[in-house]
Write a protein that binds this ligand. Sequence first.
Ligand SMILES: Nc1ncnc2c1ncn2[C@@H]1O[C@H](COP(=O)(O)OP(=O)(O)OP(=O)(O)O)[C@@H](O)[C@H]1O
Length: 655
Amino acid sequence: MRRRGVRPRARLPVSESERVLFGGALRYDLSFTRHEMPILRMGLWSMARQFPAMMGAVAKAAWREDRAALSVLLGVEAGQGVLRAFTLVATNQALVALFAAGPTPERLRQALPALVAVAVVAVLSALLAAVSTAASGQLEPKIERVCTARFYHGVIHVELAALEDQQIHRTLDAGRFGTDSIRMMLGSSILVLNALIGLLAAAGVLLMLHPLLVLMLFLVAAPKGWGAVLSARRQYESRHTWIEHRRAISVITQKLTDQACAAEIRVHGAGRLLVDAYADMSKTVEREQQRLARAEAGTQTVASAASGLASLGAYGVLWLLLTGGGMPLAVAGTAVIAVRTSSAGLMSLVMQFNRLYEEAMYLKDWEDACSTAKRHAIPGGGAPLTGPLEEVRLENVSFTYPGATSPALDKVDLTIPRATVVALVGANGSGKSTLAKLVAGLYLPSDGRLLWNGTDTRDADRADVFGQVALLAQDFPHWPMTARANIHIGRSDQRLEQWRVERAADSADATDVVTSLPHGWDSLVVKGFERGTQLSGGQWQRIGTARAHYREAPLLVVDEPTSALDPRAEVEAFQALRALTDDGTTVLLITHRLAATATADLIYVLDEGRLIEQGTHAQLMALDGGHYRSLYEIQAAQYASAVPDSKVRGAGEER
Ligand SMILES: Nc1ncnc2c1ncn2[C@@H]1O[C@H](COP(=O)(O)OP(=O)(O)OP(=O)(O)O)[C@@H](O)[C@H]1O
């Protein structure tokens, strides 16, 4: 059976751009998920039953952050409810006095104290509202900060392998939308509380006047509540279904202003394609928004009609009571005022209830994301790594990426001894980067053991492993910060010391790069900011190398460290890596430049995830028909026969 409001995936509109750029519909199929379902299935009553727990969670967070502000808020809201009940009672008294028999001046005199009381209460209410605004303004940003920090703190500790799992990734992604939900929920909870107290006050007064009036009040409220829940659920469901589509639009539009894409956007005309795709995909979103708006209009019409009928019924009952003599005119007047003020309160209650319901769903996502992050966090503690690094050993190590059908590493045995340069060589996709990530402790072997000084990384304190490694990946981050911060971030747990930053820059030949910038070390190495500047690929590579050196870790893992360097800088960079071993640093080098591996102490050759050869350059070159030797000879031959003489001559003659 299909749930109300959920459309089968096949019928969702798909734009041509989605097909061309993303290979098909970017919709998340809710019908196959588990975690959203319980909350989407919840009806009004079961959801209402959840509210005390939800409000409790919000109140707990608020209590932890600022007790004083929360106490003031609760006190003020309760005070406002009492004042509202008092207003109704005073109004009733004023009406009784005004409708009593006797001369008009006397009746007015009798009603005056109650009228003055109503005016004073109105002023007090306004003051309390101001205090409430100030207190919630103080509290809301605090709890949002705490929740956001908790979420991001969780996310950065998730195992890399877990992040590869699509479902986990999605749960974490969805959690981002809930980081501000607790703040919104606090605001809505306060307003719901306020409206509820007001309604209770009105119901109490109505109950005193006539019990039937309370039933009428409930009948006016019920359809609006139903409508609110239905539209909140519809909005939430739509937002989740379109989550990837929205991300895709955002990725496309970000690229349009990305410096790195600027050239192709203009020369290749990629910009036109992206702008057209934005318009095309946005039109599909528009259709979804129109669908939601139509559904919302329908729900609102039905809810308002039902609520209007209930109001008519309420006034009808009042009429009957009046004509039947069961109720004095003054009491009926108060009842009308009570029903009218309660319907205004009711509208506010319904609106806030709607928001609360929707936010509660996002808060649930946030909670799921936080608990998922916790469940898949890199475990803390474990065996400490004692003493200086002596060796890293892989024993029969296999590794398969989550969801992959074949292993990226297959039964690999190798040793990385201390203070050596160990090179990993092999064709694209042979498993070099994967092996380096396992050595760095980013992944755990699916099979076999990876030992740091004899301690299995599964048992080791992973923080200790990370502490011993410096990374210089192929696609190392270009942090949008100053040149100094870009180097210091390599070991940001230590105090920033300029001389250390400069020493690292010297060792990576990056000092000239930085000192020639307009603002030196304070230059922002990202365009688009004041003091911002753009670095070349080779300049960035030097900054990245300086960052890795700054870390002063016993094991340096470098993946193609010279791909953007000029030939002289490349030779110097490899010499600098070699020199690091004099201080006891171990270098794990991944490169396709086999001239550089010639000086490595040990070379491991990978092919389709398997270790097929190992030894020094000389040993591997001595292997007849060896894989390394053939790769080396291909590269050497390229240099030897770079440009045929005849071609150079021919080009010159033409001119
Ligand atoms: N995150 C990932 N998820 C799934 N498969 C992956 C992932 N990263 C790499 N792979 C696959 O694992 C295999 C080994 O990839 P790896 O990046 O280790 O190769 P490599 O030798 O470093 O290649 P290159 O020389 O191109 O950098 C490849 O088949 C690749 O497609």
